[in-house]
Design a protein around this ligand. Sequence first.
Ligand SMILES: *Cc1c(COP(=O)(O)O)cnc(C)c1O
Length: 461
Amino acid sequence: MEHKWKTIIEPFKIKSVEPLGLTTRAERATVLERAHYNLFNIRAEKVLIDLLTDSGTGAMSAAQWGGIMVGDESYAGARSYYNFETEIKGLTGFTEVIPVHQGRAAEKILFGVIGGKGKCIISNSHFDTTRANVEFSGAEAMDFPVKAALNFDKPAPFKGNADVAAMEKFIKAKGAENIPLCVMTVTNNSLGGQPVSMENLKAVRELCTKYGIPMFLDCARFAENAYFIKLREKGYAGCPVRDIAEEMFELADGAWMSSKKDALVNIGGFLALNNKDWSAKARQMLILTEGFNTYGGLAGRDLEAIAIGLREVLDESYLQYRIRSAAYLGEGLLKRGVPIINPPGGHGVYVNAKKFLPHIKPENFPAQALACALYLEGGIRGVEIGTLMFGKRDKNGKYLAAPMELVRLAMPRRVYTQSHIDYVIEVFGYLAKGKKAIKGLEVVEAPPILPHFTAKLKPAK
Ligand SMILES: *Cc1c(COP(=O)(O)O)cnc(C)c1O
């Protein structure tokens, strides 16, 4: 019998390397001050381990780089487009495939077609760009997460699920005719990268069918979600992940994807659906803002790399490594007394800064303070999801406490190895021991829209 080894290894070897940005603590103190304690203002070469986002930051495979070289750059009817279309049709079963330069372009086009004043889009949770595009169209975006999602400490297998009963109550009150779409975000990015179960997808499907509402997937991390179903849901342990992913898509009427996530590329996206009326209108918008139907804002080589990435991402040794990496980081942090959204998500770990730094008041941005301390001590870059990002103020300009104070550590795909993650855990252990010394921040200036990207801060008095 073949021995079952316990160690889960990175299932790749490294063909091309990039040096990391090594700096001293003194240098980082200066960098931080010059960046006004806003990590978006730091040059990436001054970051050692960059966990700002998993979007477009992954490493492509040798096969994908090979695809880049043979990409067909014909304006119309490029071979690379047909490879892209065939791969997406095969995976999703949708008949209309529209390439876009990234996920939000699909959202802008789709909600331009189906959104508008008086309309409402319902979801387990809208991602920020989805919400922004729904609202930009004049429509309203309503989230229906399950209650378990809001209890960070208590693990549950499918915290990404939608609260179906609450959704139904809302549909009855609002009127189904005012709800052109229900979107299920898989995995649920806004609430910790948590998965949605097949059972929940089926229940939402049934609800949508009952009220005649189309259901789409925002499927940026569909493969991670499918792998979680295999690991955690009854009846799926022996099922190939590809079959699980296909079953997820079968339940939906359409999907859009930021390919910068689970298509393992640095740029790209698509909108795929069956509704010919919607797709005809979407293609009109596509030509206006993105490009012709067979490239949609991408180069032929990008389409080629996406087609290959969509196949590679369903490799189960890759997914095992991927999900294990985030779990490994999460377990390491918990062992060192760092509270997180438990269990860890698919694409990263969300640290609960409110619980970790109770001595810092919300108006002094505990999550931002922790993100800055993480950079100062270890050169690690995460991102604040808290009072600064939400940016709500009272009439005197005082910041109102956001419902959560998190530092998201998002893991780029196939980029860092276990020793990099061990280092991150060690830095957190050090921070945990001296956490009382971590001081809050105050805002010097911040714009009203999306303040966290450009706000300037300083240490609080
Ligand atoms: C990243 C993301 C988007 C937006 O995609 P971009 O490629 O960044 O424009 C939409 N939805 C989800 C769930 C995402 O994670």
